[in-house]
Design a protein around this ligand. Structure first.
Ligand SMILES: [Fe+2]
Length: 298
């Protein structure tokens, strides 16, 4: 990489870090502690979970999985289009009781306490972070050519304008890439400051397949990582390209537990367009600016 691009990336990173820290009341000292960590170098890290917490997590997810199985008509006669991730009736709220969700929240807090690198990477204490517990649930069998939406390679650009973490735990899952496993590209292959150029990539291709067919992504696929079954993984999905995956096996219900870990300034905070107009504008313009300023790659 040329000295010019390296310097550009360095300055670019410093400026957005500063905005992020001020805007979120995050700690620079904490972020600096994350230098050299797996999250900082690769954009993902395997998290520790106590045996007790994992047993409790599996127990809760088994109940949810059983509810999912009975809520869907696996032969495809369901009244809902269940191919969309998180669609009712496969949302967490419809598959788990309030007590079960509280149980999952408690387990999530335990996970964050025993993995301080997540808070460090975001420069925030666990108490400053917000969590959204969700399920990625697929029941419709597909092939690679029929991938839709987040099943294609993309970044979660609306998640944050600097860093954002999602935690994944694949409960009912096939980890073979030919079976549509969840995969992601480490930051060592596509850095946070690179973006696939839109010069030779049509708008139509982008709308239909996001970045899935972009030469820059295709070139990077040999170094893509795969989410493993029952392995707790934190991924900076704001900076790492990832593909949510799909299922190819008939009569198989895939269930991934997902926790969106966000800094205080999140899109949810600005979902009401009638309130906090300045903050909302600033936030979305920062997101736009950051993406425009990433270095275009062919
Ligand atoms: Fe995503």
């Amino acid at each position: 990489m040329s000295f010019f691009i390296q310097s550009y990336n360095y300055i670019f990173d410093k400026i957005f870090r500063l905005f992020y820290v001020v805007w979120n009341r995050a700690s620079l000292k904490k972020i600096n502690k994350s230098v050299g960590s797996n999250l900082e170098i690769f954009g993902f890290a395997r998290l520790r979970i106590s045996q007790e917490d994992q047993i409790a997590l599996d127990l809760q997810l088994e109940k949810i999985y059983q509810n999912a199985i009975s809520a869907i008509d696996i032969s495809g006669k369901s009244a809902y289009d269940l191919s969309c991730v998180g669609n009712i009736p496969l949302s967490l709220e419809s598959l788990a009781t309030k007590t079960q969700i509280e149980g999952l929240t408690k387990i999530t807090m335990g996970i964050l306490q025993s993995n301080p690198e997540v808070g460090q990477y975001l420069g925030l204490d666990v108490s400053q972070l917000s969590f959204e517990l969700t399920l990625l649930c697929n029941i419709k069998t597909q092939n690679g050519a029929s991938k839709i939406g987040s099943q294609n390679f993309h970044r979660d650009v609306y998640h944050s304008f600097y860093r954002g973490i999602k935690i994944f735990y694949a409960y009912s899952y096939r980890e073979d890439i030919n079976d549509g496993a969840f995969s992601f590209i480490p930051l060592t292959t596509i850095s946070a400051n690179d973006r696939p150029s839109n010069k030779h990539y049509s708008r139509k291709a982008m709308e239909q397949r996001r970045f899935d067919l972009h030469p820059f992504i295709i070139k990077s696929l040999p170094s893509a990582e795969i989410l493993k079954e029952k392995q707790l993984m934190a991924i900076d999905t704001y900076n790492c390209f990832h593909s949510g995956g799909y299922i190819t096996s008939p009569s198989f219900c895939r269930l991934i537990f997902q926790v969106v870990v966000s800094p205080p300034q999140t899109p949810n905070r600005y979902s009401d367009i009638t309130r906090n107009h300045f903050g909302r504008m600033f936030y979305f313009n920062m997101i736009r600016l950051r993406n425009i300023l990433r270095w275009p790659r062919k």
